[in-house]
Design a protein around this ligand. Structure first.
Ligand code: PLP
Length: 495
């Protein structure tokens, strides 16, 4: 008979599991009920309100040395966090580019956290789910089956991964071993002036330096000026630099402009450049047969970044990168270490590890929400909801154009409308820049509507980006009404 050594019987061995499973089960049911009710009634609440002074103070507690218990922690969530949400789940939120999420996809997050796998590439169901999600996205985006890919945190990480692959594949030296300092020529890449800040940040993080990113002018539609791009490439070659990549936009963040991706693909091939497409906003429009033609040329990209957590409405975080040349993808990131060695069979039996395709080793089960969400809704319905937003944007743009106090500031080819309050006639006398900035803050603080802002051609614009499956046309009519009403009042104050 085995007898425990005396020291092992001393003290109680603890776990973080609940003491009372039935109490936790009850609390869990309550949490599900409360959240579904909250989502069901979201339209009845303000879009956003600023966290109260009281709550700000309460959220500066000292480190809890002793636990307060699950129920009490949940109560604090309900009182201190829930009422002060960003608002992007609300039908009248149109700021920046933020998806709405869905109730079902929210539930799937609980399942991912419950299983809590590390999706670095073990031979398990989670890896197969991510394989499946990537295969679906390759099909949707027109990429070959043999392409590689990775589910990542968002468009920023997708751009970083893609540009790291481009840089590694095109560097005429071993950049992983020697670093960028060993480059015999300055490596440079191109994007339009409307490219997203995450492209710039990726270039910085890769050690290329921000100036390596040549920001090319745009045409009147905010698309990259192809002649200017060609000239820039020629100029750089002449000056002894090494052009290695060009980034096309499938939906710019300011106005939703889509570069001529076919022309960019042709130019990239001719110039021997890696062709990356930032489709964080627009790529998922490929799920709509009516919108898909707008994206022609995207399927020719060497890499594509896009954001299921934006127009796909999967909970944040869910981004994705696809890379045409799977070997190049792997070569840019694969790592070896004794503690990671792959064996024949067992947990490490899989041939491809996700951790060899990006900077992360431990990786969450982000693919689950996308897998279950897509299965539940289907790509066709997602495409219809995306198209609905584009039609709503067209509706809004027309109403703005017809309104004698409003002025549209950019074309609206996709789901983004930029405009400002101008007033009738004598607009020249007042500072429209300041007026519209004040108007935007007022709109957000009203809790009624939440657009964001940007600057176009030197003018401050109210920017309405409709990545929202809850929006109805009457919500946009309310927006127009509020902009005109409050704009008029602000103009009267000035005048
Ligand atoms: C949002 C966005 C990104 C960055 O994506 P995140 O998911 O926010 O990291 C990149 N490019 C464009 C065009 C975007 O709109």
């Amino acid at each position: 008979m085995l007898t425990a050594p005396p020291e092992a019987s001393v003290g109680v061995e603890e776990t973080l599991d609940p003491e009372d499973w039935s109490a936790l089960r009850q609390l869990g049911h309550q949490m599900v009920d409360d959240m579904l009710e909250y989502l069901h009634t979201v339209r009845e609440r303000p879009v956003w309100r600023s966290p109260s002074a009281e709550v700000r103070a309460l959220l500066r507690e000292p480190l809890p040395r002793a636990g307060q218990g699950e129920e009490s922690a949940y109560r604090d969530f309900r009182e201190r966090v829930l009422p002060f949400a960003t608002g992007n789940i609300h039908p009248r939120f149109w700021g920046w580019v933020i998806g709405t999420g869905t109730p079902f996809a929210a539930l799937t997050e609980m399942l991912a956290a419950g299983l809590n796998p590390n999706v670095g590439g073990f031979d398990d169901g989670a890896s197969l789910v991510e394989d499946q999600v990537l295969a679906w996205f390759k099909e949707l985006m027109g990429f070959p089956r043999g392409a590689s890919g990775l589910v990542v945190s968002g468009g920023s990480m997708a751009n970083l991964v893609a540009l790291a692959v481009a840089r590694h594949a095109r560097a005429p030296f071993d950049v992983r071993r020697l670093g960028q300092a060993a480059a015999p020529k300055a490596m440079v890449l191109y994007a339009s002036r409307e490219a997203h800040s995450s492209v710039t940040r990726a270039v910085e993080l890769l050690g290329l330096g921000r100036e390596a990113l040549r920001l090319v002018p745009v045409d009147a539609e905010y698309r990259i000026d192809l002649a200017a791009l060609e000239q820039a490439v020629a100029r750089d070659r002449q000056a002894g630099a090494l052009p290695f990549a060009v980034v096309g936009n499938a939906g710019t963040v300011n106005t939703g402009a889509i570069d001529d991706l076919c022309a960019l693909a042709t130019l990239a091939r001719r110039e021997g450049l890696h062709f990356h497409v930032d489709g964080a906003i627009g790529a998922l429009a490929a799920s709509s047969p009516e919108l898909r033609p707008l994206l022609r040329g995207m399927e020719e990209a060497d890499s594509l970044a896009f954001d299921p957590h934006k127009w796909g409405h999967f909970p944040i975080e869910a981004g994705c990168v696809l890379v045409r040349d799977a070997a190049a993808h792997r070569a840019a990131f694969a790592a070896t270490a004794d503690y990671l060695a792959r064996l024949e069979g067992g947990l490490t039996g899989r041939s491809e590890r996700f951790s060899d395709l990006g900077p992360q080793l431990s990786r969450g089960f982000k693919a689950l929400k996308v897998w279950m969400g897509l299965k539940a809704v289907g790509a066709d319905r997602l495409g219809r909801v995306i198209r609905q937003n584009v039609e709503q944007a067209r509706f809004l743009a027309e109403r703005v154009d017809d309104h004698d106090e409003l002025e549209r500031l950019a074309p609206a080819p996709l789901n983004i409308v930029c405009f400002r309050y101008r007033g009738r006639g004598a607009a020249g006398t007042c500072d429209l820049h300041a007026l519209n900035r004040a108007l935007l803050v007022e709109l957000q603080e009203s809790g009624m509507v939440a657009p964001s802002g940007t600057v176009l051609g030197g003018s401050f614009a109210l920017r309405v980006c409709i990545t929202n499956h809850r929006t109805r046309r009457e919500d946009l009519q309310l927006l127009l009404h509020e902009v005109a009403r409050r704009g008029r009042a602000l103009l009267a104050l000035e005048g």
